[in-house]
Design a protein around this ligand. Structure first.
Ligand code: ATP
Ligand code: SF4
Length: 325
């Protein structure tokens, strides 16, 4: 594990990921930047289609055709993941960074016992163990995610949703990486189970000193779980900052709307949503991508792309309201 305490563990700089379809390039991630310190938890939020999963897959270098990383850097502990060969990247996955993909709990192999599924990743990385070491390691991993070691001999269909999701968490930490990216890890679970799985993730994060990127669209859930927030819209980063500051004083109109539309007692717990539709990523609007829905837009917003600027220490925003001179 990295001993790095100062400076960011991960620096994503101007990352661009496009899907090349017949009609043109879908700019799923279009110049996104953020930093993450080691041992910290950051939420990546935005509406469906804003590019969150693409960002996660890009960080794992698992973008498939017709997608391509078009530019930018993803520097993990001094190493630019974009520049690694396929083989170097294969060695890096799981050891340095791991992902719990969206829907992972439903992608467990139905005909393979859990113990095999847990060790396969480790064996792939050239780790060899005696039978006893293997069993001990599996038991420790299962216990670390609050599962009974008996689960080792079970098949996925014998487990509840929450248990399956715990197995995927165990898989991601098998080689004690520095960073885990969890794409909507609890969205398929009911609220009580969601909370329990999140508690387990939080505990493991503390114990292992893990940095975590939690992807989701629920700002409310994020507010309870992460210390930093990154808000994405139409492939671009809109605002990044400490969660408390962003809730206290959201700077970007999109962040403001996301927070205002959260269910509260006043509106009987109903999520009101944000008026308007997300723009086409094949042909994004000129200027600020949010101008078609922004209640504060003016002429400049329709013409010029706002710079993503650090407007206060470790507080970044892409909006002319805060950066235009
Ligand atoms: P969700 O919350 O629904 O998972 P997301 O924010 O994770 O959404 P992505 O799944 O990254 O968003 O999608 C970003 C954009 O890229 C969308 O417009 C989507 O249609 C497009 N996209 C994703 N995968 C492909 C693909 N294989 N080919 C073409 N376009 C794609
Ligand atoms: Fe709204 Fe303009 Fe700011 Fe974009 S740049 S969020 S359109 S005020």
């Amino acid at each position: 594990m990295s001993e790095r305490q100062n400076g960011p563990l991960l620096q994503v700089r101007d990352l661009k990921v496009y899907y090349h379809v017949e009609a043109g390039a879908v700019k799923a991630v279009d110049g996104a930047s953020f930093n993450l310190r080691s041992g910290k938890k950051m939420g990546l939020v935005g509406e469906s289609g804003s590019g969150k999963s693409t960002m996660a897959l890009a960080m794992m270098r698992m973008i498939k055709e017709p997608g391509r990383i078009e530019g930018g850097q993803m520097i993990l502990d001094g190493i630019d993941l974009v520049s690694l060969s396929e083989e170097q990247m294969r060695q890096t996955r799981l050891r340095r960074l791991a992902m719990i993909p969206q829907g992972a709990m439903n992608s467990l192999n139905p005909v393979m016992r859990i113990d095999r599924q847990l060790v396969d990743g480790m064996i792939d990385h050239g780790i060899t163990f005696s039978r006893d070491e293997r069993d001990d390691r599996i038991e420790a991993l299962l216990r670390s995610v609050d599962l009974d070691p008996k689960v080792a001999k079970m098949y996925p269909h014998e487990l509840s949703g929450g248990m399956k999701q715990r197995v995927t968490v165990a898989m991601s930490i098998a080689l004690e990486p520095d960073l885990v990216i969890a794409d909507e890890p609890t969205s398929a679970l009911d609220v009580v189970i969601q909370r329990r799985v999140m508690e387990t993730i939080n505990r493991i994060q503390d114990e292992l000193g893990l940095a975590v990127i939690l992807i989701g669209h629920d700002m409310g859930l994020m507010a309870q779980s992460v210390s930093r927030l990154a808000v994405m819209y139409a492939g671009k980063m809109m605002e990044v900052g400490d969660t408390v500051d962003m809730f206290r004083e959201p700077l970007h109109p999109y962040t403001q709307l996301l927070i205002e539309s959260l269910p509260v007692l006043d509106n009987k717990g109903v999520f009101s949503g944000i008026p308007g539709i997300t723009p086409s990523l094949l042909n994004p609007p000129p200027g600020c991508v949010f101008h078609t829905r922004c209640p504060k837009a003016w002429d400049l917003c329709r013409e010029e792309i706002p710079e993503f600027a650090e407007v206060a220490p470790r507080r970044w925003v892409a909006c002319h309201l805060h950066t235009a001179s």
